[in-house]
Design a protein around this ligand. Structure first.
Ligand code: SAH
Length: 398
């Protein structure tokens, strides 16, 4: 008998998931891996109906023909009109931010799975929006048009820029595309968070421009900061600029010269004087700790060391070294804000690293706060992968 693709009642192609895949979905996760599905001639990026082995429909998903994450659920129900679902989801995402975001005109408007819009990220920087497309489904032209028109209508930005991650497009087997404005003409602006102002250029910088996920942690760090402060892995000065009004001196360290140039412009914008040092944080901390330098406030916010489970051990050693050196430099009564944005490093692992660093440094430390990512980057209770940022505030006893 010739193979033919099975079509659901709503006219959508059907993807059958194995028992393991179905139980994952029943547990509230939204991903099913390729090894847990069987498909027949489903087009890349298609909207699909998801069924278990017995044919019971479990919901509607977006399909990727190349990713290991073959389907990402978009609804537990049947979806007949993807366009109106996308519009509703964007409105809900905006409404959620209106409830939880304070003291800023820069925040994440859409956070992919956490807003039931898997594969789509939208950040707002004052009057500019930055958009990232991470999957075949979100890259489809009608989807793009709906997303841009809804964002335009609801938020009326001066412009929308797209930031392209070439590696993601390659993995999703999408044709190359370059970053740039996709709506409007303005590409730079000034945004503010917690009363601190920052330059933003939609066409430059890492990630989508700034590290919005740290916004609430900047305010927390500012609350405890005093004396001489060191911001290690400072990028464009997120923490340093928040510390400056409360500290006698602030030094920011990063290996990226363009990031430090932007940091310097940000300091000028806020009328602050901060010392910026270009260098390798590991070497600098070693030198400074060796030379007996002391600080009252230290921030550690390194890039994700554990990109996968395989590199976990190496990552933990990296965190240990950094935290050990930072703790050695902390004056009695001093505050360390130590961050990890590696999903693969759990909070328990990270706290254990800090505890072992404290004992090696012969310091008695108390935990002031255990924090995570800002509320506009919500963690889905049943999708652990949406939670990645840890920020632990510790205080050295006198
Ligand atoms: N704290 C920043 C974000 C830090 S992102 C903020 O809140 O905005 C991580 C930073 O680490 C990047 O700016 C990157 O340039 C820098 N970096 C990566 N490896 C480094 C190294 N070995 N030494 C110093 N900086 C490094």
């Amino acid at each position: 008998m010739p193979k033919r693709s099975i079509v659901s009642v709503a006219g959508l192609p059907i993807v059958k998931v194995s028992r393991r895949g179905a139980s994952r979905l029943q547990d509230g996760h939204v991903w099913v891996y390729r090894s847990d599905i069987s498909v027949d001639a489903v087009p890349p990026g298609a909207l699909v109906s998801v069924a278990d082995e017995r044919g019971k429909v479990l919901g509607t998903a977006l399909y990727s023909s190349s990713s290991q994450i073959a389907i990402r659920m978009i609804s537990r129900d049947a979806v007949s009109d993807l366009g109106s679902l996308l519009r509703e989801r964007i409105q809900a995402a905006i409404a959620y931010r209106e409830r939880v975001v304070r003291d800023t005109d820069a925040y994440r408007v859409v956070f992919s799975e956490a807003d039931l819009l898997p594969g789509l990220i939208v950040d707002r920087y004052n009057d500019l929006l930055s958009l990232q497309v991470l999957t075949q489904a979100m890259d489809a032209e009608p989807v793009r048009q709906t997303v841009v028109s809804e964002l335009d209508q609801r938020l009326q930005p001066a412009a929308i820029a797209e930031r392209v991650d070439p590696r993601v497009r390659e993995l999703e087997q999408l044709p190359p595309r370059s970053s740039g404005l996709i709506h409007g003409e303005k590409s730079s602006t000034v945004f503010s968070m917690n009363g601190v102002r920052f330059h933003y250029d939609a066409l430059q910088g890492q990630k989508t421009g700034a590290f919005l996920d740290q916004r609430e942690n900047y305010a927390a760090a500012a609350q405890y900061a005093r004396g001489e402060a060191l911001d290690v892995f400072c990028y464009q000065g997120g923490f340093a600029l928040h510390l400056a009004p409360h500290c006698s001196t602030v030094t920011g360290v990063d290996s990226s010269r363009p990031a430090l140039e932007m940091a310097e412009q940000n300091a000028a914008l806020n009328g602050q004087e901060i010392e910026w040092i270009e260098g390798n944080a590991f070497d600098l901390l070693k030198d400074y700790a060796g030379a007996g330098r002391q600080y009252d406030t230290v921030i550690l916010d390194p890039p994700a060391f554990a990109k996968s489970k395989r590199t976990l051990e190496t990552a933990l050693r990296g965190y240990k070294e950094l935290n050990l050196r930072a703790l050695k430099m902390l004056r009695p009564g001093g505050i360390l804000v130590s961050c990890s944005c590696s999903y693969h490093v759990s909070l328990a692992d990270f706290v254990a690293v800090l505890a072992s660093a404290a004992s090696d440094a012969h310091k008695t430390m108390r935990v002031v706060e255990v924090r995570g990512q800002a509320k506009d980057h919500p963690v889905m209770l049943n999708v652990p992968e949406t939670g990645y940022l840890k920020a632990v505030v510790v205080n050295a006893s006198n």
